[in-house]
Structures are given as structure tokens and as C-alpha cells.
Design a protein around this ligand. Structure first.
Ligand SMILES: Nc1ncnc2c1ncn2[C@@H]1O[C@H](COP(=O)(O)OP(=O)(O)OP(=O)(O)O)[C@@H](O)[C@H]1O
Ligand SMILES: [Mg+2]
Length: 272
């Protein structure tokens, strides 16, 4: 790439994330708090963590919604075993699907299963705007948003359009993931969204004698948090009970008890 092009791209990006640009940050009426769950790298467990935090929060008697903003690869339908189409109310607003005391909305509810997600930037933006403005969320203590990986159009739309209360970054301890998590934190800082903290997922494996091994390396998120001056909210180990839950299409219930407690404690840090 020649240097002119490089400068242009950078300027383009700056224009896009300028908080004073064409967007006005909106609140969703009735929604007290919006928490974005993000990771710049794919496949680090963002949807899994987001869904479990949402259920753990609902179990603490909060009124919770979960918006699956990953229009490229929605996972919420599979995680919750929810594939029905949402109905609309008299004002043509979508009624969320209810599972495990949560209000859920996902692009996966609106398209045929297995159909490829081919989106151009403007389509992504209008799909997300429509989720924000045309869903009957009702009264919520907290809306968790499962963002797509990367720092692309979908996330920028979110950051610019919506009055997001805070963000949580998910990463594994692995170097490639940490590099991307750094980018994610920088992006939120630039868009004036507070980063509540980092959750290190897939941190280690524990055997029956509680001996730990570290397939993705050790302490990656500790260093990241130190460098970026953000909190490390917790470390979640690799555990087969996550797979058990997904196979049953029910979030949280079949998890190891100590991991359930971890999610509940993280929820306290997020919602109080
Ligand atoms: N701590 C864990 N222990 C075991 N398996 C896990 C753990 N966290 C996530 N997984 C598994 O890893 C896979 C990827 O997780 P998930 O889909 O939540 O990641 P993601 O970051 O949302 O991915 P994408 O970038 O594609 O949206 C899933 O099969 C999930 O069950
Ligand atoms: Mg996901």
C-alpha cells in the first residue's frame, strides 16, 4: 500500500469514529444500562460469556435483555435453542423472544438457518439501527450486546449511535488475541465508551487434582490490563460444561458450580 492511501484510510477511520460526527448518541427508552461485550478477535468466547452473564444477571432478579449484534454469525439462537420468528406489536416493533427470563433479539431469528450472511457496510448499519429502534424492549435494568468480532462498521455504528454505558473486552491469554484486544480497548477509548474491564477466557485447564495447564499461555490479560490501566474482571477456565450447555440449548444451567459463581460475581461488578 502506498503512503497516500495509508493516510487516507487512517483519516477515513478517524472521521468515522469522531464522536462529534453526524451521529447523536441515543438512549433506548426504558433501558437503564447498555453493556457491550466485545473482542477484536473472533472465537474467543464472546457470545458464550455474554449469554452466561445475561442469565447470571437475570437469576439475580434483574430485568435483562440480550441483543445479538453479530449479524455475520449470530450465535444466540443456538446457545438458547431459540429458532422461532419474533412477532410484531401494533406499532410494528419486534417482540423479543423470551428464554431463561431474558428478552432476546438476534438476526438469526429473522433469516433462514444456514443462509450465508452477506452484508455490505450500509446494510449492517441499517440492520443494527433497526434492532435498536424497532424492538419492544420494555423496561430493562441492563441490555447486554454481543458485538461481532473486529472493529468494523457494526461496532462503529454502535459506538456512535448508542449511549453505551460500558464495554467488556473478552480475550484469551494468547498473544494474537491480546494484540487484538488492545485494538478493541483503543477503539472504545476513542469513541468515549468506558471499558469496565477485561475477562480472560480459556485461561487454563484444571485436572481432577486441580493441577493447571496453560494451552494458550499464562497471564496474557494481566499484562494487557496493566498496560491499558483497565480492570481484569476474572479468568474463566476451559471447561467441558460449556459444551454441555450448548448441546442442550440451555445457557448456564449445566455449568460447573464454581464457574456459575464466577459469572454471578462478574454480574455484581457490572450491574451492582
Ligand atoms: N471457557 C470455555 N471453555 C470451553 N469452551 C468454551 C469456553 N468459552 C467458549 N467456548 C467454546 O468456544 C467456542 C467459541 O465460543 P463463542 O462462539 O462464544 O466465541 P465468539 O468469540 O463469540 O466467536 P465469534 O467471533 O465467532 O462470534 C464455542 O464452541 C464455545 O462453546
Ligand atoms: Mg460470537
Amino acid at each position: 500500500m502506498d503512503s497516500d492511501k495509508k493516510v487516507n484510510l487512517t483519516q477515513n477511520f478517524r472521521d468515522k469514529i469522531d464522536p462529534k460526527s453526524q451521529f447523536l448518541k441515543k438512549k433506548i427508552p426504558g433501558v437503564k444500562k447498555i453493556v457491550a461485550i466485545a473482542s477484536a478477535k473472533g472465537g474467543v468466547g464472546k457470545s458464550t460469556i455474554c449469554a452466561n452473564l445475561a442469565v447470571a444477571s437475570a437469576k439475580r432478579n434483574y430485568s435483562i435483555g440480550l441483543l445479538d449484534a453479530d449479524v455475520y454469525g449470530p450465535s444466540i439462537p443456538d446457545l438458547f435453542g431459540a429458532f422461532e420468528k419474533p412477532t410484531a406489536d401494533e406499532n410494528k416493533k419486534l417482540n423479543p423472544i423470551i428464554r431463561q427470563n431474558l428478552k432476546l433479539i438476534s438476526m438469526g431469528f429473522l433469516i433462514e438457518k444456514n443462509s450465508p450472511m452477506v452484508w455490505r457496510g450500509p446494510m449492517v448499519i441499517s440492520a443494527i439501527k433497526s434492532f435498536l429502534n424497532n424492538v419492544n424492549w420494555g423496561e430493562l435494568d441492563c441490555l447486554f450486546v454481543d458485538l461481532p468480532p473486529g472493529t468494523g462498521d457494526a461496532i462503529l455504528t454502535f459506538a456512535q449511535e448508542l449511549d453505551v454505558s460500558s464495554s467488556i473486552i473478552i480475550t484469551t491469554p494468547q498473544k494474537l488475541s491480546i494484540t487484538d484486544a488492545n485494538r478493541g480497548i483503543e477503539m472504545f477509548k476513542k469513541t468515549n465508551i468506558p471499558v469496565l474491564g477485561v475477562i480472560e477466557n480459556m485461561s487454563f485447564i484444571s485436572d481432577q487434582n486441580n493441577n493447571k495447564s496453560y494451552p494458550f499461555g499464562e497471564n496474557g490479560a494481566d499484562q494487557l490490563c496493566k498496560d491499558q490501566k483497565v480492570d481484569l474482571l476474572d479468568k474463566i477456565r476451559i471447561d467441558e460444561t460449556f459444551n454441555l450447555c450448548t448441546n442442550n440449548g440451555v445457557v448456564y444451567e449445566s455449568l460447573a458450580e464454581d464457574i456459575k459463581i464466577q459469572f454471578s460475581k462478574i454480574s455484581e461488578k457490572i450491574i451492582g
